[in-house]
Each structure stands twice: as structure tokens, then as C-alpha cells.
Design a protein around this ligand. Structure first.
Ligand code: ATP
Ligand code: MG
Length: 437
């Protein structure tokens, strides 16, 4: 083709910064983790909810608090072009789940245990473990006031780490008390920081009178000393709040779950009260929190529902998967059972019903289909079969097909001799492959 007639190659379009494609083979590990989580949720009787990715902006402003990192600088907000409504890509999903539960009167007949999985969006500086589109798995127990449910949700996350074989995760817990206790702490905090104004950054100075608790979760290294010496909320707790924390600790002790009480632990949203907790690892650098949560007894009311207590957590899926990789844990995924090698393109259609039988029997089967160049050579098909990780290659050559048979070659165990199998006995063979199923 002459230069003049060739179409101009279009510029490549790439993904938005901080937003990642999840491609095979990594996506198989995602699926394996999700399957483990579903199984965990089943055992703890948490039911799945799927809420929209876009919510009214006011949900997060009201729910998370105006003077928070998320609401002040991390939300992807936009105006609906058609009706001017203020919308936001969800930065987290506790507020969304609560909105949905209230909207559908889900708590009308008593409390509910719910969970979700999905993407969240925050405009942050992308780095390891910190993305602009990331994924959370979250559990929310709505309508429960007692400390035992705080412990139950913590035990649930702990069980997941154990089942995944992740050992380097520390549980930190704290209590944020109740609003009135926070008020006296707030006054003490303001006094403390006012006497060290020279040590505060501009953001901290601005937030000091708006929301002084937020200064405590500043990530500015230069402010850590003044944060460290600040009055601790835990010293302002009344008896009931203390008792609540002690009960959570007692239940964790009874389950031999170790934890440390970290009086500096505050969370990034205003909705939390009483128990807050984080699961932290030292293996992921500064993005070490893999799961975080706490009690939020006033959020439901704030979003317009009938007052009801609640507790929950959200884990960062990318961080958990990174830790799985760091720890050398292999998340076992059922692999391919059969790779079908088919010598002649003319035989493809005749072979397909046999492969169908294998799949009906529960096996995972990849067929060598024709490409734009026709059928690859036998040699290259065998290479593909090896690379596929399949347990067996099924060879459908002209001789085999003529005699109603297939040659079965073990690809993972060279001690297993090659064998032939009658095509009409394939279902029985397939059933014998996984005798426990
Ligand atoms: P951090 O202090 O790391 O910013 P956070 O307090 O903002 O975390 P939460 O809002 O509590 O995080 O979200 C729960 C979990 O979701 C975090 O512990 C983390 O594992 C994960 N997470 C939060 N933000 C991101 C992000 N931008 N990229 C990847 N994972 C994230
Ligand atoms: Mg954050």
C-alpha cells in the first residue's frame, strides 16, 4: 500500500493515571480471593449488596464529614450534564450501603449483616498500595449495638488472614468514645495544638478549629511529635465507653486473637464512634493498613434513617493481594484440566461435542480453535498445551477420530503413560478425575 493511502495510525489511548487494568493471570488471583471472601461471608451470614458507583455528592459530604481528606480533596465529583445534579464516584461504600438500607427499609424487621465488593475512587497521588481507582471488600453489621458484634466483624477479618496464610498482620484497636466525650477531648486538643502553632502545617492550622481530631491522622512527618504528645481521647472516656472496649478485648482474648490498643488510632471519616480498629502489616511500606473499620452509631440517622447503631470494616483488595504476593502465599486456583489438540481444521466441528461432554462433567477444557492462519502445527499446539498448564492434552488426530478414540497425554506427570480413551467413555473418565466431586 502506498504511504498516501495507508490510514494514519491513531494515537494509543491508555488507562487513566492511577487506574489499573486487572488482566490475566493476576485476575485469577482476584477471583480466588473473592471466592474465599464469599465463602467467609456465607459462614458468618453476611448477605451481598451491590449499590451504584455514583451517588449524590451530599451523601459523602454529610456522611463522612466536610473537613476530611476524602471530602476536601479526594472526591471525583461532577455535575450531571442533563439536570445539574451534584454527583460523586463513590470514595468508599459504607455511606452507600447505609443509604440503600435506609431507602429499602431493610432494618425494619431487625438488624442486617451485609457485604460488598467493588471499585472506589479517590484522587490521591498514585504510589504502591495507593491508587485512584482501587477496590474494597466491606462488611457492615447494621442495627447491632453490643460489643460482641464489634468482635464478630474483627474475628471475621482475622479468620480470612488465617485462612489465606497471612501471618504478618497486627490488629490495632482503640475507642473514639461518644460525641460528648469527644467534645471535652476536642477542647483539650485545641489547647494543645494552639500552644504549638509553629509546628503545624497550613492544613492543620485551618482544621484546628473546624475539626481538631483530623489533625491526629495527619501524615505529615514533621507533625508526628506534636501529635504524639497530644491529649489522648481514651483518657476522656466515660465508664460505658471503657466497658464497651473492655468487652471487645475480652472476646478477642477468648478467641486468642492478639491485638494492641493504639490510643493514637483515629480514622479518616467523622462517622466513627466507640470501637475503631485497623489491621496493619509492616510488609507493604507506608501503605500498611490492609483493613480498617469501626463502629458508626450515628451515621444511619445522619443519612435520614431511624437511629440505629452499626459497625463495619473495609479492606483494600490491592493491598491484601500485594501482601499475598509478598508473603509467597499461593492462592490455589483450579487450573485447566484438558487442552484439546486437533490436527485438522476439518475435524474441529466433529470434536466439539466431545469437549462439551467433558465440560458438562465439570472439567475445564480449552479447545485449539482456528486462527486467521488456520490451524497451528502439531508442534506448536503441543507447546501451547504445555504453556496452558493443563493436566492433560487430548489429541484428536485422524487415526484417533477414525477409531472413535482420543489419545490422552499427561502434561504434569511424566510418569503417567500415554493412553487411549474411547470417545463414548469420556464422561466416565471425567467423573473419575475428581472422585470427591
Ligand atoms: P490511608 O490512611 O492509607 O489513606 P484510609 O484511612 O484513607 O487509608 P479507609 O478509607 O479506611 O482508608 O479505607 C479502608 C482501606 O482501603 C484502607 O485500609 C486501604 O487498605 C484501602 N485504601 C484506601 N485508600 C486506598 C487507595 N487510594 N488505594 C488503595 N487502597 C486504598
Ligand atoms: Mg486515605
Amino acid at each position: 500500500m502506498s504511504e498516501k493511502n495507508s490510514p494514519r495510525k491513531a494515537d494509543k489511548i491508555v488507562a487513566v493515571k492511577g487506574m489499573n487494568d486487572i488482566m490475566p493471570p493476576e485476575s485469577a488471583v482476584w477471583e480466588a480471593l473473592e471466592a474465599r471472601v464469599r465463602e467467609l461471608m456465607r459462614r458468618f451470614s453476611f448477605e451481598n449488596v451491590r449499590t451504584p458507583i455514583v451517588e449524590p455528592t451530599s451523601l459523602f459530604v454529610r456522611g463522612l464529614g466536610e473537613v476530611t481528606d476524602i471530602v476536601e480533596k479526594e472526591m471525583y465529583s461532577f455535575e450531571d450534564r442533563l439536570n445539574g445534579e451534584a454527583l460523586t464516584l463513590r470514595p468508599e461504600n459504607t455511606a452507600g450501603v447505609v443509604r440503600a438500607a435506609v431507602e429499602h427499609s431493610m432494618l425494619y424487621n431487625g438488624p442486617k449483616r451485609l457485604y460488598y465488593m467493588g471499585p472506589m475512587f479517590r484522587h490521591e497521588r498514585p504510589q504502591r498500595g495507593r491508587y485512584r481507582q482501587f477496590h474494597q471488600i466491606g462488611a457492615e453489621a447494621l442495627g447491632f449495638g453490643g460489643a460482641e458484634i464489634d468482635a464478630e466483624v474483627i474475628l471475621m477479618a482475622h479468620m480470612l488472614w488465617k485462612e489465606l496464610g497471612l501471618a504478618d498482620i497486627e490488629l490495632q484497636i482503640n475507642s473514639l468514645g461518644q460525641p460528648n466525650e469527644r467534645n471535652s477531648h476536642r477542647a483539650a486538643l485545641i489547647q494543645h495544638f494552639e500552644s504549638h502553632l509553629d509546628l503545624l502545617d497550613e492544613e492543620a492550622k485551618r482544621r484546628l478549629h473546624l475539626n481538631p481530631l483530623r489533625l491526629l491522622d495527619s501524615k505529615n512527618p514533621g507533625m508526628q511529635a506534636v501529635i504524639e504528645s497530644a491529649p489522648k481521647l481514651i483518657d476522656f472516656l466515660g465508664d460505658a465507653s471503657r466497658e464497651h472496649l473492655e468487652t471487645v478485648k475480652k472476646i478477642l482474648d477468648a478467641h486468642r486473637v492478639s491485638y494492641t490498643v493504639n490510643p493514637r488510632l483515629v480514622r479518616g471519616m467523622d462517622y466513627y464512634n466507640l470501637t475503631v480498629f485497623e489491621f496493619v502489616t509492616t510488609k507493604l511500606g507506608s501503605q500498611g493498613t490492609v483493613c480498617a473499620g469501626g463502629r458508626y452509631d450515628y451515621l444511619i440517622e445522619q443519612i435520614g434513617g431511624k437511629p440505629a447503631p452499626a459497625v463495619g470494616w473495609a479492606m483494600g483488595v490491592e493491598r491484601v493481594l500485594e501482601l499475598i504476593k509478598e508473603s509467597g502465599v499461593a492462592l490455589r486456583q483450579p487450573g485447566l484440566d484438558v487442552f484439546a489438540v486437533i490436527t485438522d481444521v476439518a475435524n474441529l466441528q466433529a470434536v466439539m461435542p466431545s469437549l462439551h461432554v467433558l465440560r458438562e462433567a465439570g472439567l475445564s477444557v480449552q479447545m485449539q480453535a482456528s486462527t486467521s492462519e488456520g490451524m497451528p502445527s502439531m508442534k506448536s499446539q503441543f507447546k501451547r498445551a504445555d504453556a496452558s498448564g493443563a493436566r492433560f492434552a487430548f489429541v484428536f488426530g485422524p487415526d484417533e477420530l477414525a477409531s472413535g478414540q482420543v489419545t490422552v497425554k499427561s502434561l504434569r506427570d511424566s510418569n503417567v503413560p500415554q493412553a487411549t480413551l474411547r470417545i463414548d467413555e469420556m464422561a466416565t473418565w471425567a467423573a473419575s478425575l475428581y472422585p470427591t466431586v
